[in-house]
Ligand binder design. Sequence first.
Ligand SMILES: N[C@@H](CCC(=O)N[C@@H](CS)C(=O)NCC(=O)O)C(=O)O
Length: 219
Amino acid sequence: MALKLYYHPFSSYCQKALVALYENAVPFEPHILAGPDSPAFRELAERWPMKRFPMLVDGERTVIEASCVIEYVGLCAPGPVRLIPEDPRAALEVRMMDRFFDNYVSTPQQRIVTNALRPEDARDPYGVVEARNMLDTAYAWLDQVMAHREWAAGEHFSLADCGAAPFLFYADWTHPIGDAYPNVSAYRGRLLERPSFARAVNEARPYRKLFPLGAPDRD
Ligand SMILES: N[C@@H](CCC(=O)N[C@@H](CS)C(=O)NCC(=O)O)C(=O)O
């Protein structure tokens, strides 16, 4: 039975899962979340009341959270690119970097974007300042880590890079990395050249007008 992925091509967490699927050419049935009235969205809401995506369905089993979707795909459709190393200590480094990108790059980036989508009188400028400070701290920390690494957890592309790719992509649009963090910029460039992520970026191109801060004319 085919794996069903409920997703939107422009969503960063969905791209995280897509990169993993594309890395190993895992076949799946696409269920595009084309707005809250679409059949795919209704099914998402039935299976997962938080209505967050991506969501993977394998027969009776529902898998939520992009990291868990990637772990699940690695178990049920393992391919040549092993996204979570077999060695538990190496796997811990991968999961630690995966948490870093979710919590300290994606979370503040989404906070800034969500704020821009709110009505003017419900905005939270202090929250945006906090989010921008967190991104600066994250970039500075990551710049030191990436000084000696090709990929987030070392020499092999992993789960952590699946999330880093879309999160740094959109973080740079939201709060530019600039020249201050050359190792982060170079890493973002390597991620953009990775065929799995390049494919996800291309598939999302038609939706750039949805970016509330205005998508820059690059990438
Ligand atoms: N912790 C979730 C986060 C998923 C998430 O926030 N997805 C966004 C799209 S990038 C979403 O569902 N947004 C819709 C909403 O917030 O209602 C994961 O790791 O998958």
